[in-house]
Design a protein around this ligand. Sequence first.
Ligand code: SAM
Ligand code: SF4
Length: 335
Amino acid sequence: MSSSESDVLVDSFARRHTYLRVSLTERCNLRCTYCMPAEGVPLQPRENLLTFEEIERLVRLFVAAGVDKVRLTGGEPLVRKDVEHLVDRLGAISGLRTLAMTTNGLLLRKKIDRLVSGGLNHLNISLDTLRPDRFESVTRRKGLDIVLDAIDLAVTRGLAPLKINCVVMRGVNSDELLDFVSLARNRALEVRFIEYMPFSGNGWSDDELVPFEEMLDQIKARHPDIAAIDDDLSPGETSREYRIPGFSGSVGFITSMTKHFCGSCNRLRITADGNLKVCLFGNSEVSLRDQMRAGASDEQLSKLIGLAVGRKKASHAGMHVIAASDNRPMILIGG
Ligand code: SAM
Ligand code: SF4
């Protein structure tokens, strides 16, 4: 791509895509029930995954086309061997303003300093319960103390505002909203409550979905002066952010199911095995890995990317249709 910004990443609804999420692995050191099917997922041989060289090439191509934010995700991105070397490479790409990661936090203490010095400047940590027994039943592993320690560590390393992703599920953790809100009282972080989404094999049902309005009402009963920072989402933003007077941090809601934000979607995804996915909830994919390995030039790759972006639909099909459709489990998409 020759120009610093082109129309390759603009779709037929005039949405400009500036945010790329790259999955680094299909593996994880947790087994969250809402993300991974109980029977696990068939893992691909390592050679099917993008190499660091291939990831860097794609990121450079997307940045040249106008992407300025990349998030590394997975699976658990920190289990990818030598992830810090990839962060070094991506951190050196000029034009990439935000290099972010979403992690479960278990390996963060070991890696955080190298990641930050390599250029990581945004972090989301996922945590769905503050109770050790529940942590074990939701993630099918132990580790709550380690994640809590990682959260405090990330705040001290200047990765503020740190975001805490909490998937809210009725009958599982929906009675913990106020405890999570308390995390933001003295910490510069945003607690983000995510509506539970259906993916293949996660057993989603709409009974378990707690709609955003219901979450907000529950919090308002204790904090009546909670107020939205903005009435509308700014373009590309997915979290409706609220403040409570006197709190250092904030509270956000990701309302993908009850109030979708497809109209201003600016995201694209690359799966660990190198498929471009233009919508989290759509099953259409194109293999950039196969094209690269067949010798495609940057121009040919850009053309392919532009065609895929051009086919992006106006919005997702609605939660019940999504629940009945075939898609990858979340762990194989990269959330
Ligand atoms: N392992 C990392 C982590 O958990 O933060 C990164 C990958 S994980 C797939 C990315 C995000 O997707 C997490 O915040 C997770 O809570 C969210 N997620 C996974 N399944 C979900 C679902 N069914 N509904 C809503 N969010 C989901
Ligand atoms: Fe692993 Fe993250 Fe999925 Fe949990 S949500 S199983 S930590 S990839």
